[in-house]
Design a binder for this molecule. Structure first.
Ligand SMILES: [Zn+2]
Ligand SMILES: [Zn+2]
Length: 575
């Protein structure tokens, strides 16, 4: 057993103890030991052999004895006992996205829930929302996750899949035998939906068996789908994501990584490009007249193929290899170029943070500006702002500004577009704000003509600057509403209005295809997180990857501009 495998054993013990409602200190000591082992540079068996286990921070006699037993026999009696005490059906609940061991403990203790069926029943009877530490929001999240589990699972949205894959890659990367590791495939290309996650590992092939064995013991692996000596695919409990790990020789890593990143069409274009220059490209090597060419990085590979480097997001297999050959690839936007976030919710409506704490979080991300854009009155469920409360919020923003001299805090609103195309707040009020975002949150079932007219009339309001989540889709949950987006984009271009790329992983709206159309029409875009708490400011990277796939450059995206230019832009929209 290696460090990582023992780390995962301790993680499982911590989960089981938490389900049982054991002493929190005990649970924490297993979690800490798990983290320690996952990040330990030296092989734990060295400490063991030298009798130094208890020198490690947090490893007392009891934990040392467990490590001893695991290294000695490859098994742990304590874990076996725990697994018997916590029934398998109860443990299975951990595989529901968003359900952790504490939740399992709570629902088991308070409602006696012991399996999936009972959980579904309790959710439908709205019993979870009354429980300590849960609430309506958690209940609805679990309800959504359960509904998804019912379907034949074909994958996960990018946000969830990427989190799992990068966490696992980081853990596996700690193994001393792993020389290189990279997430490839759809995740590396930032496709919005991931059918299969692929990890490519560079390591000695005679060690592949051990690496694969470790990998298949990872948390939440439900079963091995297929396996060869260097290639394994497992099904994860979480959302039914297929996760593949391929071990390749370190010297082949760059070409293999490129091959497994795809897309298939992109790779075929590279093979053709190689041929054009009397080279042969295979996943194993780039071969010239005098044999294989030494390739140290993916960048090398593109250089030898006489191509500009094509970032993974652009490897769709369309025109990008042609453009790379001509040197005309776009200088796509990067996350570092983002200067602020223009769509944020606070605890004035359905967000979690105060204006000040969002401002603090923005400073920590290195932003120059943010816009506070809470919901308007019609969204009662979100405690949307009416005129009185919006006026009060504007006062609060004014009061907070002096505390953050290096941050421009814009006062804005996400105003509802009502069913008839009117806005949810009067123009006199909107005129007081620095910017106005308009969006549809109701009446999704309107026919195409009505919806298109509705959005057009909102865009024509002189105070509207940005149209948020223009298609209204929720990935895997709700399709886009019926709307003629072509017409909307053209009108927006005429009016000088800005289209949003909403970065929330469940939205990604506009998507890459429409964002690219918007750019070609000459529109400007804003990449916003629509964050309802400070952590979600990090979703910016997902919006940026949509923009990168769309080939957007910094100039196309208004929140890469300095604050002065941005303010001037909003003013000129009002005319
Ligand atoms: Zn919204
Ligand atoms: Zn919003």
């Amino acid at each position: 057993m290696n460090n990582l495998e023992i780390s995962w054993v301790f993680l499982e013990i911590a989960d089981l103890l938490e389900i049982k409602g054991a002493n929190p200190f005990k649970i924490r000591s297993y979690r800490q030991a798990s983290r320690l082992l996952a990040s330990l540079d030296e092989d734990i068996s060295v400490y063991w052999a030298e009798n130094r286990l208890t020198e490690l921070p947090g490893i007392g006699q009891a934990l040392a004895a467990k490590i001893h037993e695991l290294l000695d026999s490859g098994q742990l009696t304590y874990l076996k006992e725990l697994r018997q005490e916590v029934p398998a059906q109860l443990r299975q609940l951990l595989l529901i996205p968003g359900v952790g061991p504490r939740t399992v403990h709570t629902i088991h203790e308070h409602l006696g829930i012991a399996n999936l069926e009972e959980l579904k029943k309790a959710v439908s009877q709205q019993k979870l929302r009354e429980l300590p530490g849960l609430g309506t929001k958690s209940e609805l999240a679990i309800k959504g996750a359960l509904a998804k589990m019912g379907r034949v699972s074909v994958g996960l949205p990018l946000g969830e899949a990427a989190t799992v894959a990068y966490e696992l890659a980081e853990a596996m990367g700690q193994l001393p035998v792993v020389e290189y590791i990279e997430v490839a495939g759809e995740i590396r290309r930032r496709e919005e939906f991931v059918h299969q996650a692929i990890l490519v590992v560079g390591a000695r092939l005679d060690l592949a068996e051990d690496i694969l064995a470790t990998f298949s013991s990872a948390p939440y692996v439900r079963k091995v789908i297929n396996a060869s000596p260097t290639d394994i695919t497992v099904l994860l409990g979480i959302g039914g994501l297929k996760l593949r790990l391929v071990v390749v020789t370190p010297s082949e890593f760059p070409t293999q990584l490129c091959y497994y990143t795809g897309s298939k069409e992109h790779w075929l274009h590279l093979v053709a490009q190689a041929k054009k220059h009397q080279l042969e490209l295979t996943p194993h090597a780039l071969i010239g007249k005098h044999g294989p060419i030494i390739i140290e990085t993916e960048e090398d590979l593109y250089r030898y193929l006489r191509l500009e480097y094509v970032i993974p997001e652009l490897r769709a297999g369309k025109e990008e290899v042609l453009s790379a050959a001509q040197g005309t690839l776009p200088q796509v936007i990067s996350l570092e170029q983002i200067r602020g976030d223009l769509h944020l919710h606070t605890n004035w409506s359905d967000g979690k943070e105060s204006v000040a704490s969002l401002a603090q979080a923005a400073i920590e991300r290195g932003y120059e500006y943010i816009a506070i854009t809470d919901h308007s009155q019609r969204l009662r469920i979100a405690r949307g702002l009416d005129a009185r409360r919006l006026n009060k919020q504007i006062e609060e923003i004014k009061a907070v500004r002096p505390k953050f001299p290096n941050l421009t805090i814009l006062a804005g609103i996400e105003v509802d577009i009502l069913a008839d195309g009117q806005l949810d707040l009067p123009n006199e009020l909107l005129a007081k704000l620095d910017l106005v975002i308009a969006s549809v949150h109701s009446g999704f079932k309107q026919d195409r003509e009505t919806m298109t007219k509705r959005i057009l009339s909102a865009l024509r309001n002189p105070y509207v600057d940005i149209l948020a989540h223009p298609s209204g889709r929720l990935i895997g949950r709700r399709p886009a509403y019926q709307v003629d987006l072509d017409t909307v984009l053209k009108e927006a271009q005429q009016l000088g209005k800005i289209m949003e790329i909403n970065s929330s992983p469940e939205r990604l709206d506009l998507n890459a295809e429409w964002a690219s159309k918007a750019k070609n029409l000459g529109l400007k875009l804003a990449i916003n997180t629509d964050a309802h708490d400070a952590q979600r400011l990090a979703d910016m990277e997902y919006g940026v990857s949509v923009a990168r796939r769309a080939g957007l450059e910094a100039e196309d995206v208004v929140n890469t501009w300095p604050a002065v230019r941005l303010k001037w832009c909003f003013q000129s929209i009002r005319g």
